[in-house]
Design a protein around this ligand. Structure first.
Ligand SMILES: [Zn+2]
Length: 152
């Protein structure tokens, strides 16, 4: 992927505190294109796609929704909870998209590992292949995310 002028502008928005106070790129020195390409390589190495990861994230969020704020165990070894943080957030990409600030937490009981994401994370992975920059608050490491959400 080439660093187009649009990507450069988008990268500035992501690095700034315009949408979320701490920005989406954390202290990652890499360009947006480099971050996306590197994560995509990890996803491919795992034999997955961004779409399949996002689909599974959505499935887990949906499983937790009927028991808002409480833990539920939709499958053996997987405990999930979702909570609302007041308000909504827009996708930083240039298209109309507003998301409820909902946080899903998944705890893998057999691995004793947990991970959290927002509805915006799920969208950005599905539509933009973006897992955020290293050091950002909601950075998701694709390999850790996959290890936790998929029972293998
Ligand atoms: Zn978007």
């Amino acid at each position: 992927m080439k660093q187009s002028p649009d990507m450069k502008k988008l990268e500035e928005v992501l690095r700034s505190g315009r949408i979320v106070h701490e920005g989406f790129l954390g202290n990652d020195p890499r360009s947006l294109v480099e971050i996306i390409e590197s994560d995509l390589a990890t996803v491919e190495r795992l034999g997955l796609t961004c779409e399949s990861i996002a689909k599974r994230m959505l499935e887990l969020t949906e499983a937790a929704r009927p028991r808002y704020g409480a833990w539920t165990e939709p499958q053996e070894h997987i405990r999930v909870r979702c909570e609302d943080v007041k308000g909504s957030i827009v996708c930083p990409w240039p298209h109309a998209g507003r998301f409820v600030k909902r946080i899903t937490t998944v705890h893998r009981l057999d691995l004793d590992k947990s991970i959290q994401w927002t509805d915006l994370n799920t969208h950005m992975i599905a539509e933009h292949g973006f897992f955020e920059g290293k050091g950002s608050f909601f950075r998701l490491e694709p390999d850790l995310l996959a290890e936790i959400i998929f029972l293998r």
